[in-house]
Design a binder for this molecule. Structure first.
Ligand SMILES: [Zn+2]
Length: 239
């Protein structure tokens, strides 16, 4: 197996598609691609070929990717979503309602339009120059608490803060939380940089909500998973 790909649980794989950037591949039937695959976050646009290659290296068929779920609209997560939507897989792309317009290319990314109560000055500046992901005009809204058939069952969890429509994904049958950018694990688990956050006041309640869920493995978009005391780590970040 590629050393940049690791299995987190039955039918759940982390693929490092760029430096400190993860995508996740889920088997809908919990084992292989017979029931279709779900991808959670895609990395940058430039990492698309690597993600497709990694899916093949796992012995799975990239054309089986039926759904692409985005934790949020940023280009290091949504960068290859358009590629899957226009590929022969014709994947459906989903994002939280608050980020949907940005994913569809109908609105700027949230940092670019955040006000000073919600984002830092640096963040608002960066939001205007940060590259945006290729638009997915027919992306659809993912509502909180929605359940999907992936890896034994997947539940959408509202996790606003990093962006207003940020969502996380809980896999109760696998004991895994895919937290997107609600938690970072670059060198150590953290809330991530303040400047990258478009709704700072929402962060504590989101972390408290995530800490209250049941999982053993905390998988994040940036950095390796947290496998020891994951919920306690999130609770401590909630402060
Ligand atoms: Zn982000």
């Amino acid at each position: 197996m590629d050393n940049k790909t690791e299995q987190l649980a039955d039918g759940v794989w982390r693929v490092e598609v760029g430096l400190y950037v993860n995508a996740f591949v889920l088997a809908n039937d919990g084992s292989g691609d017979a029931g279709g695959l779900t991808v959670v976050d895609t990395g940058w646009r430039s990492g698309g070929p690597r993600l497709v290659r990694s899916i093949r290296m796992l012995g799975l068929d990239p054309r089986a990717v039926g759904d692409v779920l985005l934790s949020h609209c940023h280009a290091d997560h949504a960068g290859s979503a358009a590629r899957f939507a226009s590929s022969s897989a014709r994947s459906r792309v989903w994002a939280g309602a608050g980020d949907l317009a940005a994913v569809r290319g109908e609105a700027p990314e949230p940092l670019a339009v955040a006000d000073r109560r919600h984002a830092t000055r640096l963040g608002r500046l960066l939001g205007r120059v940060f590259p945006t992901a290729p638009a997915v005009p027919d992306a659809q809204a993912l509502n909180a608490d929605r359940e999907l058939d992936a890896a034994g069952g997947l539940r959408v969890v509202a996790a606003p803060g990093h962006t207003p429509g940020h969502v996380a994904f809980l896999l109760p049958a696998r004991g895994v939380l895919l937290a997107g950018d609600a938690v970072w694990n670059v060198w150590f688990a953290s809330r991530g940089p303040r400047f990258a956050c478009a709704d700072l006041p929402a962060v504590p309640a989101t972390l408290a909500r995530l800490a209250g869920l049941d999982y053993d493995v905390l998988a994040v978009a940036h950095g390796p998973p947290v496998t020891k005391g994951a919920r306690q780590r999130v609770a401590s970040l909630a402060g």
